[in-house]
Design a protein around this ligand. Structure first.
Ligand code: ASP
Length: 442
């Protein structure tokens, strides 16, 4: 859809991003550029991300209750559920395997000199953020193996809804309520269904309204990223081969999605990517698939044509458990770290362990910036990586984590959208898209 100037939303967002890059570099030339960005530019990006997070929980609740209660029979829900989980596991294992192949062929860690490692260690090993990530990972490891199931079932729905990281708990409640609405007499279910239907419609409109500001907001987000990573650049160059391995792997994964879309739905993959582009650009700018979720849902439903019965379940679940980009990154990062710091750990069986642990770690990772790095600690520990070397290991990849996080988040979001489209098509729920009367522009 075009606006008055004839420019589609994704181009406007892209322009905002480019302007953000330029502004970031220009501001760095000034003495107080950093503070100025912090005071006057960064808050706009934060407001935008907050707005998206603000509507995520009500959107999940409303659209999932409506989606599930609209299903005519519960057996269908089982089919959808099984296909979704199956495809999520398949794409994640594929992503990890691609990561492993890329890193083993390119061997980015082999050329890293002792001086570089020392320099990275001096700069980052004492870093508070790294110590924090290791601590969080250790806490997670102490819990019972079935803790993830306990965590899905909330003891208080209002408490669950008050914290965005409890998305799975809200999903659980919404499915439970949706199924119950099918089981009670229709006339009793109708009023509540109408409430959720109306709430869902209103929130999808909120997404449109918020997205009108996206080009300006990504400007603020990107300017802040550029200004924030300044100073790390001299060290970044020594990590370029590692970064290249991650980016190459992620690009291959993107091609895999395009092939899957073509093969399983018959849709033109370029058309698919174009419809999804605003969500991908937002994932890139915010590094958070959770914050991007409302936009992903809007794009997939209104612009790709996935029925809400499918998207309302597949996408929120995917945002929390399906992170192909993150798992691919974990595979590359883990092997890179072994190549540099612990070459004796590079056995074939350890690489198999990486497939399993990276799969579980990506399910457990939160959909927020930097979460992948925390879960990497768990992957490394599962390999028997010496724990005293953990701070150095994270120091090695810390400097370049943010740009890679931005890119892997794009893949996380694209993976969810791809699976939802394929599942929808497989149960006859992929329709001709019907964007609302005004949507990407006023
Ligand atoms: N930032 C990623 C996401 O939100 C998670 C990660 O890989 O750190 O999807």
């Amino acid at each position: 859809m075009k606006n008055k100037k004839g420019m589609a939303l994704h181009w406007r967002i892209l322009l905002g991003m480019l302007a953000g890059f330029v502004a970031g570099f220009v501001l760095l030339q000034f003495d107080h550029g950093k503070e100025w960005t912090y005071d006057w530019i960064a808050p706009w990006g934060k407001i935008f991300v907050n707005l998206l997070k603000l509507i995520a929980i009500p959107l999940i609740l409303a659209s999932l209750v409506k989606g599930v209660s609209d299903l005519k029979d519960i057996a269908k829900f089982k089919t959808i559920g099984l296909r979704t989980i199956g495809l999520y596991i398949l794409t994640t294992v594929l992503a990890i395997s691609i990561g492993l192949i890329t890193v083993n062929v390119l061997k980015p860690g082999v050329g890293v000199s002792k001086e570089t490692v020392d320099k990275l260690e001096q700069t980052y090993a004492g870093n508070q953020k790294i110590a924090h990530k290791i601590n969080v990972a250790k806490q997670q490891k102490k819990q019972p193996k079935l803790q993830f199931l306990v965590d899905i079932v909330p003891d208080n729905i209002f408490k669950a809804m008050s914290n965005n990281s409890n998305m799975l708990q809200v999903i659980f409640f919404a499915i439970f309520l949706g199924i119950t609405l099918i089981l009670i007499p229709e006339h009793k279910a109708a009023p509540l269904k109408d409430v959720f239907d109306s709430l869902n419609e209103a929130i999808l409109k909120m997404v449109d309204l918020i997205m009108l500001t996206a080009p300006y907001a990504v400007f603020a987000l990107i300017t802040n990223v550029i200004v924030g990573t300044a100073g790390d650049w001299d060290l970044l160059s020594s990590l370029l081969r590692y970064a290249f391995a991650v980016v190459l792997g992620l690009s291959i994964m993107l091609v895999v999605y395009m092939l899957m879309v073509k093969l399983f739905t018959g849709k033109n993959p370029f058309w698919f990517m174009k419809q999804l582009a605003p969500a991908q650009l937002l994932a890139f700018s915010s590094s958070s698939s959770a914050a991007t979720l409302p936009v992903t849902m809007e794009r997939v439903e209104e612009h790709i044509g996935v029925d809400q019965e499918i998207s309302s379940f597949v996408l929120p679940v995917g945002a929390t458990v399906n992170m192909d980009g993150t798992s691919l990154y974990q595979a590359v990062a883990a092997v890179f770290i072994l190549q540099v710091l612990w070459p004796e750990g590079l056995s074939f069986s350890n690489q198999l362990t990486i497939i399993l642990t990276a799969l579980l770690a990506s399910i457990g990772a939160a959909a927020v910036p930097g979460a992948g790095m925390i879960m990497l600690v768990i992957v490394l520990e599962a390999l028997g990586f010496p724990s005293e070397k953990l701070p150095i290991a994270l120091a090695l990849i810390f400097a370049i984590d943010r740009p890679l996080d931005m890119m892997r988040t794009v893949i996380n979001v694209t993976g969810d959208a791809t699976v939802s489209t394929i599942v929808a098509n497989s149960v006859g729920k992929l329709h001709t898209p019907k964007p609302k009367e005004w949507d990407d522009n006023l």
